[in-house]
Design a binder for this molecule. Structure first.
Ligand code: ATP
Ligand code: MG
Length: 360
């Protein structure tokens, strides 16, 4: 670090299980970034998670939220274990955090390792604040039988915001291509996912609103090809011809399902990153869970977290160090030598971290 380096404060929220093994990987990579980028990192360890809930009765202490808001420039979130049966008083801290920090977009890139598996290079942009996830459910009786209902809410405001960020991501990906970044695509496209043949009012509003954002600024977005897919046909095409998709934008539930499905295209959950993005904050988050089956063995794949760390930097506006990290990860995967058991290797988490750092 140099005297003129810019200081960035990063909140680290390891959470549960292997979250505690992979978050240090993200930290080490940031610390190892070459000084040419002029960044200097400071870290704050923050509590959240199911284990923390069991100790204290709260899964997300107010202090964590306050420190993120007041002192942090960005954050990394590991994983939380989800109890399989409902535990009184417990609800997911990452869901709460997204709400409290205004992180309305979940951005999940899915990119192949050249030569391994299907060619795919897409990013799923999932709306993260509404749809069925508002959890307005009720149960009542009719003719002596139970009936359950859940409300699906789609607003013009949230649809506009997600449409805009998806279009901006399409432009940003194009810029990276022009700078020589590797990509399957030669030109940008956006695919709006919906089911408005059935849900013409709610999904209809989503589709019309995103389309409206695109059409209202063709001077800016005209170079992007605009496409639409009904969600069921989207699933089919995503597995048959994944190479066709660049940026995919979807309401919350379809985005959730598509994201996990897309992860299956690239081999292991251990390499799939994400970012929770708002207008003024970003939290990088590997998409895998707390993986109790491999906890404590030192073999969790750190790649998802390292890529999420690069995504965090990217959305904070630091494209160059982010690109450097992506390239180091791609090179490690392409060589396919120092990789963890989920990718068929026999290296440890720390060995993979060191191999990637060497390539920075
Ligand atoms: P949770 O309830 O926290 O989601 P889970 O049991 O569903 O836990 P996941 O973390 O979702 O576990 O993982 C599903 C499978 O993928 C597990 O077999 C796990 O070992 C494997 N896996 C997940 N993440 C990684 C990783 N980073 N490295 C290696 N294997 C992983
Ligand atoms: Mg899981």
């Amino acid at each position: 670090s140099t005297a003129s380096a810019k200081k960035l404060t990063i909140g680290l929220i390891p959470g549960d299980g292997i979250g505690r093994e992979v978050i240090p990987a993200g930290k080490q990579v940031l610390q190892a970034l070459p000084s040419q980028f002029g960044l200097n990192f400071e870290f704050v360890d923050l509590n959240a998670g199911f284990d923390y809930f069991k100790k204290t009765g709260t899964a997300l202490p107010e202090e964590t939220v306050q420190i993120l808001k007041q002192s942090c420039d960005g954050a990394l979130f590991g994983a939380v274990s989800s109890p399989t049966t409902k535990v009184a008083g417990y609800s997911s801290p990452i869901v709460a955090l997204r709400k409290k920090m205004g992180l309305y977009a979940n951005v999940r890139p899915v990119k192949w390792v050249e030569g391994v598996g299907r060619p795919v290079d897409m990013v799923i942009v999932r709306e993260n604040t509404e749809d069925l996830y508002i959890k307005e459910e009720r149960i009542f009786e009719k003719d002596g039988q139970k009936v359950a209902e859940a409300i699906k809410r789609i607003s013009e405001n949230a649809s506009k915001k997600i449409g805009k960020i998806a279009l901006e991501i399409a432009l940003k990906r194009q810029k990276v291509r022009e700078l020589g970044g590797s990509s399957l695509h030669t030109s940008p496209s956006i695919t709006v996912v919906h089911k408005s043949n059935v849900l013409s009012v709610s999904d209809g509003l989503f589709r019309e609103t995103v389309k409206g954002v695109y059409q209202s600024d063709l001077a800016r977005y005209g170079s992007i090809e605009y496409k639409e897919q009904i969600v069921d046909s989207m699933v089919y095409k995503m597995f048959r011809q994944p190479e066709e998709f660049d940026v995919v934008v979807a309401p919350n539930l379809y985005g959730d399902i598509l994201s996990d499905g897309a992860a299956a295209l690239v081999g292991s959950l251990g390499v799939v990153s994400s970012a929770n993005v708002g207008d003024d904050f970003v939290i990088g988050e590997p998409t895998h869970g707390s993986a109790p089956d491999i906890e404590g063995k030192g073999i969790s794949n750190p790649v998802a977290t390292i890529r999420s760390t690069a995504m965090m930097l990217e959305f904070m506006g630091y494209q160059e160090p982010a690109a450097k990290i992506y390239a180091a990860v791609d090179a490690n995967l392409k060589e396919n030598k120092v990789v963890t058991p989920d990718l068929g290797g026999n290296s440890t988490t720390q060995e993979v971290v060191e191999d990637i750092i060497k390539r920075l």
